[in-house]
Design a protein around this ligand. Structure first.
Ligand code: RB5
Length: 146
């Protein structure tokens, strides 16, 4: 399994995205930060979808998304088949979307969480394994047409 993590955001969350990227690089993760790199106003669905398509294609083990609230970019990512993305503003939820939902992406709101909490949320998400079992049955039922 690759240890690559893909990061993307809209314009509201470039600074938080870079803080998280540096944090993960220091931990030894291979970070693929696909931008945007400049602060002009942009559209979160474009970045959510582009990142989600790469994660769904197996280009990264996990994807982390950032926008103002974490909500819009999460909604866009979840339109891509095979993507399970939750928006988290707390450590418990970050752990549980891995443990019970086998999330392969997580979204954070740069206008919601500060840098310290964001890093704790990211660490909790990455440290938690999927528990499988009855949760696997339910996760399999999420995909349209299942
Ligand atoms: C941009 O102003 C803002 O709407 C976006 O970052 C995000 O919060 C949408 O869900």
């Amino acid at each position: 399994m690759t240890n690559r993590i893909l990061l993307s955001s809209d314009h509201t969350a470039i600074d938080l995205r870079r803080v998280v990227a540096d944090h993960l690089t220091a931990q030894g993760w291979e970070v693929d930060d696909i931008g945007p790199q400049t602060p002009e106003s942009t559209h979160y669905p474009l970045h959510g979808r582009a990142a989600a398509e790469k994660v769904a294609a197996g280009e990264a083990r996990f994807g982390l998304l950032f926008c103002g609230t974490g909500q819009g970019i999460m909604m866009a990512a979840n339109k891509v088949p095979g993507i399970r993305c939750g928006t988290c503003g707390d450590v418990f939820s970050a752990r549980m979307i891995r443990a019970h939902n086998d999330a392969n992406m997580m979204a954070l709101g740069a206008r919601v969480v500060g840098e310290g909490l964001a890093l704790e949320i990211v660490d909790a998400f990455l440290a938690q394994d999927f528990e499988g079992g009855r949760h696997a049955t339910r996760v399999d039922m999420i995909e349209p047409g299942a």
